[in-house]
Design a binder for this molecule. Sequence first.
Ligand SMILES: Nc1ncnc2c1ncn2[C@@H]1O[C@H](COP(=O)(O)O)[C@@H](OP(=O)(O)O)[C@H]1O
Ligand SMILES: [Mg+2]
Length: 273
Amino acid sequence: MPTATSDADLARQAADEAGRVLLAVRERLAAEGRGGREIKDAGDRSAQEALAAFLAEHRPEDAVLSEEAADDPVRLTSRRVWIVDPLDGTREFSEVGGDGVPARTDWAVHVALWEDGELVAGAVAMPAAGTTYSTDPAPQRPEGAPDVVRLAVSRSRPPAFVTALAEELGAELVPMGSAGVKATSVLRDEADAYVHAGGQYEWDSAAPVAVARAAGLHTSRVDGSPLVYNRPDPTLPDLVVARPEVAERVLAAIARVAARPSDQTAPTPETAR
Ligand SMILES: Nc1ncnc2c1ncn2[C@@H]1O[C@H](COP(=O)(O)O)[C@@H](OP(=O)(O)O)[C@H]1O
Ligand SMILES: [Mg+2]
């Protein structure tokens, strides 16, 4: 159905729709006493179905690259490609508390639009927190330079490189799940930067990076080079999202850690591609 809805609004609507589905699925399965694996799988599947149906209805001409769908090579010759992660922070989504009630809010739905070489719109929904960020209207960012940098880091598998970076910077680590939650934690003033290395895919960072850029945050690879999307190989193993006031400091510290000759924690040429 053709509409006059902007791509940014559509991204937000799509992420919110998948978020509603995810909340309902999680509540139902947790009430039935199902385990983490079942909740993960049902979440991935139902959010993928919701996003695929939504995009097919509203933007039928566009290609889609999704974590949860087979990679269709048509995206490599398409002008417009939606890059989506139906459920980011799958582990946190599936965690149920001792009382049998799911409690974690650090998981997200990512919906980004790539057009002619650039990310042009996107949304990151945090359904359990009742918050959705989109590129338009752009979120506000906190301003000012902190004395002690707070680095958002994976709560389940913090990369050794980021632990070494925190020591180099004298930074505090703030653990949480989901790449989208970590990137937007800078907007919530819970962290000043999100640095990741060692493995990720385009869908993990496309929407978070689109939203972060719209808010005026620094975004790049760990070597400072630009993040490039819709490549034949969707591997995109590292990134930096940072308040502009700390970006130079963080990138300089990353370079020092990476330059340590015997440091096994530095991103290798492969992971820092
Ligand atoms: N070394 C690695 N290799 C591949 N993917 C990784 C990774 N480290 C983190 N990720 C992905 O990045 C997202 C955020 O992870 P984390 O919360 O640990 O920081 C997760 O996405 P999914 O939940 O969509 O699988 C996770 O799978
Ligand atoms: Mg992901």
